[in-house]
Design a protein around this ligand. Sequence first.
Ligand code: FAD
Length: 480
Amino acid sequence: TLTAERGASGTDSRDHVPLLDALRDAIGAAYVLTDAQDLATRLVEDRGLRSGTAIALLRPGSTEEVATCLRLCQTAKVPVTPQGGNTGLAGGGVPDGGIILTTDRLNRIRQVDPTNATMTVEAGCILANIQAAADEVDALFPLSLASEGSCQIGGNLSTNAGGTAVLRYGNTRDLVLGVEVVLPDGRVLNDLNGLRKNNTGYDLKNLFIGAEGTLGIITAAVIKLFPKPTARATALVACTGPDPALALYARMRSQTADTLSTFEYIDRLGLQMVVDHAPGCSDPMVEVHPAYCLIELTGNGAQADLDARLEGALEAAFEAEEIIDAVIGASEAQKDALWALRENLSEAQKPEGASIKHDVSVPVSRVADFIKVATQACMDHMPGLRPCPFGHFGDGNLHFNLSRPVDMADADFLAEYGAFNRIVHDIVHEMGGSFSAEHGIGTFKRAELRRYKDPVALELMEQLKAVLDPGQMLNPGKVL
Ligand code: FAD
């Protein structure tokens, strides 16, 4: 029986009875959901910034069922929005009418091959479960995000997610050898190879990685495993600002070589917000400092060797006045407590009122300049503003977040969203950077894509979309 009502999801499923009946026949009635209650959380973006409408939520259980769903939807000319964990931060998973297709039932680990150092996973596997499965065979899958308990590998691939381990292991794109993708017309592209060498024409998998569900639905992938580090050495250090932080980064790279796996920057305001608002978090240093870096080395040798390497580099950094204070995690619990200061940053900003966020990247050599120039420009635009830059300094990606002045109303501050975007993104562009480092385009940054992307690149993107999805069936209105 059809239970959705007009207005509940904003779209009436009664207009699509033949399609819904065919979908029920194909994947089972229990997996074609039309109740407003079942759809509610699927219609809204993670932070509640954007919401949409949909006729139904489909939960196919196999690649073949995904293919059948897309074929039926294409015939009925009803667009499909793919969804994983719905943790994306660019609005790419918010439906605009049509059907939502979730991969949550495609959650099998198809194969683990420790000798090839690969794992074949279905798109709906939750990232934390993949990490745990790698751990079981004494291996590491290094992709790590604060949303790892709910985001899915298909979503990670489709957004080319970054996270805290990019410095050493690369983005999601660098962690994948092969993919299986269902195209909008229902054809299945089988490029599910576990090869590290395969020069047989165009690298098609990279078309779908980072495409945010606009070209096909990823149903499985072969991902790379790495040796599991046996030791980690973690420190929070204080600096007088971004310039010494950059000098420190260069030193750490040369003195700790390939053991450097984390180099995160935290502005004082950000640390203060965490101390004020995150339960259990406290400032591990006695003095208050302008800026901090969270540094971690990981390796497979003895713990004592890694500790000595970290301490040696930090001693030299003290002498060179790149750092003015440091706390080294002496136990696993202390290391976790230092990490908590970084991991709670986004959440700790919320009680401070509205914030305007920028997920940007510049060449690492320009990161310090960027922080200084963008902070000054934004302060000039709005005196009393509280800039809170933090993030993946070591790979050039900063979350350049701006918290509103203490005594300003949220709405008045958010009215300046466009103005701040222009200031920050123009500076990023001038420095050869990107206005979207790891969160993608979705709907939030489409205008910025038009403004900053090379026109020929945009034209090629449009031509590719037209070839693969001529009917605009898959995630219409996203990215392009
Ligand atoms: P969804 O949000 O469901 O979808 C994201 C996009 O991919 C949508 O456009 C959707 O249509 C498409 N899509 C999803 N699955 C498929 C599929 N199988 N085939 C084709 N298209 C698909 N991101 C980072 O990069 N780095 C971070 O450090 C980071 N930290 C975060 C911290 C928090 C607390 C939160 C809430 C988010 C964070 N994110 C981060 C953003 C988000 O977690 C990532 O973008 C993640 O990769 C999205 O995965 P998902 O399964 O939730 O995808």
